[in-house]
Design a protein around this ligand. Structure first.
Ligand SMILES: Nc1ncnc2c1ncn2[C@@H]1O[C@H](COP(=O)(O)OP(=O)(O)O)[C@@H](O)[C@H]1O
Ligand SMILES: [Mg+2]
Length: 260
């Protein structure tokens, strides 16, 4: 199958200084790519580049990021806004915390859908409750009517992920989506993302420093160190027979987890 997103020799710089060097990978529909590396290795920067979120001082200084025949760094702001959210969804470590505290979940969902599509409040609610049900959220009606503070932190995170998926973007970028969660909720969020891939064929880039989460989810793995690709390949290959000394160290630093 043809890739949906591909990075081709990408260099990213802040104020003229490169922090990501010559990174290439490609993502196919429905594929889950795990990007792992220590703090500061450039994981978030790689994802932000695909969303045009590098800020004033950051830019892609070499290479291309291809999405559906378009080179993302060349797109205008307007073209980029069309892609953000609708074609490429993104969730952060604290997707839950980015919910507005003074508006109900339902109001926020309606607004985020209305930003992209003409849809009535009723239709938006039907769509959201349908997705909640598929994701096995208990009592979607109550969630729809709740303010974020009325839900647990874990539930807010799960709702944040569901909101990112309501437009059914073919690509989801997830930056440390489980890092702030306790183990039980982490497991639910992992299940939620796997369910989304099943439901919509979503391709996911999952950035994390948690090898356990990567081994439970990823089809392929890219290891990043100081902005350089140390290793990139099929998950089983990278986890079971890492070619690179750095990858071996990274893997040995955590208890081995079995793929479930
Ligand atoms: N807005 C910015 N301005 C300057 N440097 C930045 C900015 N964002 C990230 N960096 C630098 O880029 C490097 C990679 O950061 P980041 O992508 O956040 O790493 P990670 O997500 O792997 O922890 C770091 O050295 C960081 O200091
Ligand atoms: Mg980061």
């Amino acid at each position: 199958m043809k890739e949906i997103l591909s990075y081709d020799s990408v260099e990213i710089s802040f104020d003229g200084e490169a922090v990501v060097h010559d990174v290439s990978f490609s993502l196919h529909p429905g594929e889950i790519l795990g990007i792992v590396g220590e703090s500061g290795s450039g994981k978030s920067t790689l994802l932000k580049a695909a969303m045009g979120l590098l800020g004033k001082s950051g830019m892609v200084t070499r290479g291309d990021i291809w999405f559906q025949e378009k080179d993302i760094p060349d797109l205008s702001r307007g073209e980029m806004q069309k892609i953000c959210g609708e074609k490429i969804g993104m969730i952060f470590q604290d997707a839950g915390a980015s919910l507005c505290p003074i508006r109900t979940i339902g109001e926020q969902i309606y607004e985020s859908i209305a930003a992209h599509k003409k849809m009535s409040r009723e239709q938006a609610k039907e769509k959201a409750l349908g997705l909640f049900e598929k994701l096995k959220f208990q009592d979607g009606e109550r969630i729809w009517n709740s303010y974020p503070f009325e839900l647990s932190g874990g539930m807010n995170q799960r709702v944040g992920i569901a909101i990112a998926m309501l437009m059914e973007p073919p690509v989801l970028l997830a930056d440390e989506p489980t890092s702030a969660l306790d183990m039980a909720v982490q497991r639910q969020v992992v299940q939620e993302m796997l369910a989304l891939r099943e439901l919509f064929g979503t391709a996911i880039i999952l950035v994390t420093h948690d090898i356990g989460v990567v081994s439970a989810m990823a089809d392929s793995i890219l290891v990043l160190k100081e902005g350089n690709v140390m290793e990139y390949g099929a998950a089983a290959q990278v986890l079971e027979a890492p070619q690179n000394e750095y990858t071996r160290k990274l893997l040995s630093a955590v208890p081995r987890l079995r793929r479930s």
